[in-house]
Ligand binder design. Structure first.
Ligand code: HEM
Length: 489
């Protein structure tokens, strides 16, 4: 009897909690539902955003939103362009969810902490104000040196199919390490060295899909080894922050800034010393370094892989881009800033590639601060919302023949008027946009001058580019082997 007195209320309490969690809020009742099991299946079979769109296209084109029960909450996936634009522009109505909010107690939250990408309001402003000037002074020579190193390494595999996604990841890791904090991962020359391994192991641990869906796994099956790996990488960043902060005191950083040889971290430490700015702590600087690596690595690597694939299957476009490179650059191997602007056709191809294959297919989660009216729905405050950029880019409501590769569609168009959101927008526009575009242009110039790129006849991508899962947050292809044949004319 006593047992029942204790156990029955407990059962009622748990049942009430479950009911409360899975009950659909009134305002979302008429929003179409993607079943949790379909969603889980897609997660487990590692579907990419393209498959997600295929499955949801009809309903999303009609309704603009769907709901899915995910992470213990009813979450909205939004592809309606107007709604997505609001989500991006109205940062006070749609603040970003912090990593601790989305994945409480997780390795992810510990590693990335409070950084520029996942913060809001005054904290975000403080990060952005310190970092903005640093991104205006990018050391172009580092991009050029890395592209040259890439060419030297590729020379050894001339005429053999090369897995470009791996090469592009190696390139972009090296560039990011050098530009962000003056550290050479040397991933191009020595892909298995201890620093590369340490970095890759941490990223692998952070990207485990099951820990994304079932956040409580972090408590049920803690990962002490993974936490240790993270701590080790963090101590590398901490050492760099400490070393460079000392350089600040000796006047070394100011000298480097004047010579234009300072890296992003040095520039940020310098900006922290400006009495006009509110400073960032050493820990916050470390979190920003970690998030720059995340935000700038896979994204640019995947863009370069997909664009090389597109050029391989569209030989006419490849020729046009190459002709333009020769016309604009003359004998120069890589483009300076002025020449980069003149590469108009290449820039259109880059935009069209980013439209077809946006590396950030879904923006990081927002949580609305107030009730929102959308069509006949009232979305209650504190609903998790995912803006589905891939859907916006592939909807025939926004683009004519959205599945076709047509660089010319960017001929006379300004991005702002179009449903082109590869780098987000508004005040939260990607801070690394010029970093990435510069890296892409320099790399393409170096590669296309020297090589004719083709897709092998037996490629798994011969009918369509096969897209990998984006559980890690970025969208990219499955391994892409391409033939790089040295040009003779
Ligand atoms: C093709 C390459 C890239 C793509 C497609 C891309 C895409 C994006 C997008 C869509 C956002 C907005 C996210 C949101 O609104 O929630 C963003 C923000 C951001 N990106 Fe990038 N990015 C790229 C390269 C880079 C690089 C190279 C870096 C740094 C080295 C970088 C650093 C950041 C940071 C720090 C933010 C947060 C900005 C803020 O909230 O103020 N990104 N990026």
């Amino acid at each position: 009897m006593n047992f029942l007195i204790v156990i029955l209320p407990l059962i009622f309490f748990i049942a009430f909690k479950i009911y409360h969690t899975i009950k659909v809020p009134e305002g979302l009742k008429n929003v179409p539902t993607l079943s949790f099991f379909k969603f889980l299946y897609a997660f487990l079979v590692q579907d990419g955003p393209d498959k997600r769109w295929e499955r949801l296209r009809e309903i999303l084109d009609k309704e603009g939103i769907v709901k899915v029960w995910f992470n213990g909450k009813w979450t909205l996936i939004v592809s309606d362009f107007g709604f997505v634009k609001d989500i991006i522009m109205k940062t006070d109505v749609y603040p970003k969810a912090s990593l601790e909010e989305i994945f409480p107690g997780s390795l992810l939250a510990q590693y990335y902490g409070t950084n520029m990408v996942f913060s809001n309001g005054d904290v975000w402003k403080r990060h952005r104000r310190i970092a903005n000037p640093s991104f205006r002074n990018l050391p172009a020579h580092v991009f050029v040196e890395s592209a040259m190193k890439l060419l030297n390494i590729m020379e050894k595999v001339d005429n053999e199919p090369i897995e470009v996604n791996d090469f592009m990841h190696r390139l972009t890791l090296d560039v990011l390490g050098k530009v962000s904090f003056g550290f050479d991962f040397n991933n191009l020359e020595e892909p298995k060295n201890i620093y590369v391994n340490a970095y890759n192991e941490v990223i692998e641990e952070l990207s485990k899909p099951l820990y994304f869906i079932f956040t409580f796994l972090e408590y049920l099956f803690p990962r002490p080894e993974a936490f240790k790996k993270v701590a080790k990488l963090n101590s590398l960043y901490d050492e760099l922050v400490e070393k460079k902060s000392k350089l600040m005191k000796t006047g070394e950083i100011e000298k480097k800034i004047n010579d234009n040889t300072a890296d992003l971290l040095e520039r940020m430490i310098y900006a922290c010393n400006d009495p006009e700015n509110q400073t960032l702590t050493s820990e916050e600087l470390r979190y920003d370094m970690a998030i720059f690596m995340l935000a700038g690595h896979d994204t640019t690597a995947n863009s370069l892989s997909t664009i090389l694939y597109l050029l391989a299957i569209h030989k006419d476009v490849q020729k046009k881009v190459r002709d333009e490179i020769f016309r604009v650059l003359g004998d120069d191997l890589t483009p300076n800033m002025e020449q980069q602007k003149e590469l108009k056709y290449m820039n259109m191809v880059i935009n069209e590639n980013l439209r077809l294959y946006p590396p950030i297919a879904s923006l990081p989660r927002r949580i609305n601060s107030q009730d929102i009216k959308f069509r006949n729905h009232v979305i209650p405050a504190r609903t998790p919302i995912l803006a589905f950029i891939y859907g916006v880019h592939h909807s025939s409501k926004n683009w004519e023949d959205p599945e076709k590769f047509i660089p010319e569609r960017f001929q006379n168009e300004k991005h702002d008027n179009h449903a082109w959101l590869s780098f987000g927008g508004g005040s939260r526009l990607c801070i690394g946009i010029n970093f990435s575009l510069m890296e892409q242009r320099i790399t393409l110039c170096a590669l296309l001058r020297k090589y004719e790129v083709s897709l092998p006849a037996d490629s798994i991508h011969k009918d369509n580019l096969q897209i990998a899962s984006d559980t890690s947050g970025t969208m990219g292809p499955l391994p892409v082997h391409l033939i790089f044949k040295r040009r003779t004319d």
